[in-house]
Each structure stands twice: as C-alpha cells, then as structure tokens.
Design a protein around this ligand. Structure first.
Ligand code: HEM
Length: 204
C-alpha cells in the first residue's frame, strides 16, 4: 500500500513544526513502508504484535506527555497520552504488553519535543491504520483500536491546534536542531522495535 501526502495545505512560513516535518519526511515514509511490509492488519496475531510495538513506543513518550512544565505550555497535553489506551487495546484481545528487556530511551529537553512531535503526529496518519483495523479485523474505538481513534475534535483540527502550540513555544535555533534529532531518533527507534517484535532482521 502506498499513501500520498497532501501537500496543498503546507504553510509557506518557516515554522518549527514545518522544519520538523520537512526534515523527517523521508524517514517517516520509510517507517510507513516498513510498517505496511509486515502486514499488521492481516490477522489478529500480526495486529497484536503491532499493538505491542505501539505499547513500547507510547510507554517511552508517556512521561513527555505528562511532563508538568510542558503541560503548562501545551494545555491538556497529558490527556493526549495513549499508553494506557494501547494497553486497553491489548487487553481487549486478551494479549500481554511486550516486556522490553533492554533499557528504553529517556528523551529530555528539546529532544523530548521531537519525540512528542513524532508520537502526536502519528495519530494524524493513523486514519489509514484505523480504517484497516476496522475493515480487516473488526476493531473499533471501543474494542482493540481505541488508541487509533481520532481525537474528539477531528484529526485535522486537533493536529492544527497541536502544531500551533508547538510553534508558540519559541524554541531557539539550537533547540530546534535537538528537537529534530529527537524526532529522527524516535522514528529510528520505532524501526528497531518493529524489527524486534515482528522478527525482521535489523537493517545493516
Ligand atoms: C503504515 C504506517 C503509517 C502510515 C500509512 C502513515 C501515514 C501518514 C500520513 C498519510 C500522514 C499525513 C497526514 C496528513 O497530512 O493529513 C502522516 C503524518 C505523520 N505521521 Fe505517519 N504514517 C504511518 C506511521 C507513522 C508512525 C509509526 C509514526 C511515528 C512513529 C508516524 C508519524 C507521523 C507524523 C509525526 C506525522 C505528521 C507529519 C506532519 O504533518 O508534520 N507515522 N502519516
């Protein structure tokens, strides 16, 4: 499956969020392709692996969503955390969360912002995943695909609001670079997790 990005609404100004998007797009698309290559919606077994992958990823970013200082700058950020919701999805399917043997990344500072961008943006693209989970596996916002459901405001509107908050943080040029490093690390670690959980050989 291939998904084409809609480029019609790309703002012309050089914002923080646009900087992250532009410089992580190629990496994002490689993650998109890797996810689809393991056929997460082919059967419940694969879908459970996908949920386990999501559970480890969202466990890493859970502390960032709940960071008190960030919650002062981005209202209700803590409510956007999806780790508990992924665990509920696993529970719906009678499956266990993946226990990760080695230490997980603990991003801080501006790098954590990049991880947050990566995690929150993933819910924008999740529209496709949510449809596949509904159509192929009968999952729903009440069963098994809770964490893929759209925000109550709608995915697009919610994302535009989140982006506005990111852009209002007044991040310094140096911190922007660290945030991008964080976003790229987040995408890269997602691939590491995926290959481990789906038993795909790690790329050379
Ligand atoms: C098969 C898997 C995936 C597909 C098909 C997919 C698809 C998409 C699509 C189509 C968009 C653009 C949506 C729009 O502009 O309306 C998007 C955005 C995004 N996705 Fe994914 N995605 C996938 C996996 C992921 C994963 C695993 C992550 C993070 C770990 C992720 C992070 C993001 C981010 C951060 C954005 C926002 C880009 C921006 O506008 O700044 N995606 N995705």
């Amino acid at each position: 499956m291939s998904h084409h990005h809609d480029t019609t609404d790309v703002p012309t100004e050089n914002t923080f969020a646009l900087y992250l998007k532009t410089n992580s797009r190629a990496t994002h698309d490689s993650v998109d392709n890797l996810v689809m290559s393991v056929q997460p919606f082919a059967n419940n077994n694969n879908y459970i692996k996908f949920l386990q992958l999501q559970s480890v990823f969202h466990k890493i970013v859970d502390d960032i969503y709940k960071d008190p200082k960030l919650n002062q700058q981005i209202p209700n950020l803590a409510e956007l955390a999806r780790y508990e919701t992924v665990l509920q999805d696993l529970q719906d399917l009678g499956a266990q969360a993946k226990t990760w043997q080695t230490a997980l990344p603990k991003p801080t500072g501006a790098e954590a912002l990049g991880w947050l961008y990566c995690a929150e943006g993933s819910n924008l693209g999740a529209a496709f995943l949510y449809k596949d989970a509904q159509n192929h596996l009968n999952m729903s916002a009440e069963h098994g695909a809770r964490h893929l459901a759209p925000h109550a405001d709608g995915r697009g509107k919610h994302w535009r609001e989140f982006v506005a908050h990111l852009n209002n943080l007044n991040v310094s040029e140096e911190d922007k670079e660290d945030a991008l490093k964080g976003a790229l690390n987040a995408f890269a670690f997602y691939k590491v997790l995926l290959r481990e959980i789906f038993e795909v050989p790690q790329a050379a």
